[in-house]
Design a protein around this ligand. Structure first.
Ligand SMILES: Cc1ncc(COP(=O)(O)O)c(C=O)c1O
Length: 345
């Protein structure tokens, strides 16, 4: 691997939130059941702060950039159970920046737990300033107005796009690709595939840009969409990958057929549970003691399991699934998993 190209990351300031590489572990019990492929997970769901997940890697570069630009107030948006919003609150508090969260009803879910528990609970503990927009209120207009009024009051706002997936934020996953190759060398494992959920596409795009920088030809990256349909996700991910490679002044491009994105496991839409997701969440909990989240990793893991069963990977392939976090979301989906307890008579 050419590590030289990763020097292109050096000019971008980073505010450190991670204490070092996240772990990689084999799924020993599940692998016995699957037979054929070998599954590993990268624990981006375990980081030192904020019950973390993939967004903390993006926020290292985003807050580095915000501080470089003398911003003092972060503003971002997401659905009510946005993990990105929770981690923005954590990262902003830690780096002593002001912040505002604009949360929308992106998912039609009237369960009280959805509006109170999970990420919302954590944001309330953090003392987040939350603007709750009900359906029909346009978040883009609301955010524009907020930015204007912050400026008028002498503040310097910094807008973080949905999912933290600005080209700058996605550098977190370029960096993660480099981290994975270093760990693979140490563990003496060659991963044939890296597998991730695809929401705004930034995680996939960042990893892809890392792969291009490395010059490696024998690792493939595959994502499963959980937000957009396959075509839209493909366009969005490719566009982001190209923007990252440009930002890095790499001279490299992202071609359409270089990105592998599967749209078959989205179900009825973003945040709407599927049976395959529920089965995947239960399977991983019961075999490995690892909890997936219902919105992102649950659906992507379900897709990967289905593709393994359908023989889409070769015997002996080593697959690294990135556990991108989102666990607090599970507590907003109690009704998808269990009936109320009934007392013993
Ligand atoms: C837990 C979790 N996994 C995966 C994703 C998807 O990442 P991306 O938006 O970079 O595609 C997100 C956010 O959207 C997330 O919160």
């Amino acid at each position: 691997m050419t590590t030289m190209n990763f020097k292109l990351l050096d000019p971008f300031p980073k505010f450190q939130f991670l204490d070092g590489p996240t772990g990689i572990q084999p799924l020993r019990q599940l692998n016995k059941q699957l037979g054929g492929v070998e599954l590993f997970v990268k624990r981006d769901d375990i980081m030192g702060m904020g019950l973390a997940g993939n967004k903390l890697r993006k926020l290292e570069y985003i807050i580095g950039d915000a501080l470089k630009n003398n911003a003092d107030t972060l503003i971002t948006s997401g659905g009510l159970q946005s993990n990105h919003a929770r981690l923005t609150a954590v990262a902003a508090s830690y780096s002593k920046m002001d912040y505002e969260l604009v949360l929308t009803e992106a998912v039609a879910n009237d369960n009280p737990e959805y509006k109170k528990n999970g990420n919302i609970l954590l944001e309330q503990i953090l003392g987040a300033k939350i603007h709750y927009l009900t359906k029909g209120k346009d978040p883009a207009t609301f955010i524009d107005d907020r930015i204007n009024s912050l400026r008028k009051s002498g503040r310097a706002p910094y807008l973080i796009p949905l999912g933290g997936s600005s080209p700058t934020g996605c550098l977190g996953y370029v960096n993660c690709f480099q981290e994975i190759t270093g760990q693979a060398d140490e563990l003496n494992i060659h991963f044939d595939y890296i597998i991730v959920p695809n929401g705004t596409g930034g995680t996939h795009a960042g990893l892809f840009a890392g792969l291009k920088l490395s010059g490696m030809k024998d690792i493939r990256i595959k994502s499963y969409t959980v937000l957009n349909h396959a075509d839209a996700a493909h366009n969005q991910t490719r566009e982001k990958a190209g923007a990252i490679l440009n930002l890095l002044k790499s001279g490299l491009t992202a071609e359409r057929d270089e990105l592998v994105i599967d749209g078959n496991f989205l179900g009825a839409g973003y945040g709407i549970p599927t049976n395959e997701m529920k089965e995947a969440v239960k399977l991983l909990a019961r075999t490995e003691g690892i909890f997936l989240d219902p919105v992102y990793t649950g659906k992507a893991f379900a897709g990967m399991l289905a593709d393994i069963s359908a023989g889409k990977f070769r015997k002996g392939d080593k697959l690294l699934f990135i556990l991108t976090g989102g666990l607090p979301g599970l507590f907003a989906y109690q009704s998808a998993f269990g009936p109320e307890l009934s007392p013993e008579k």
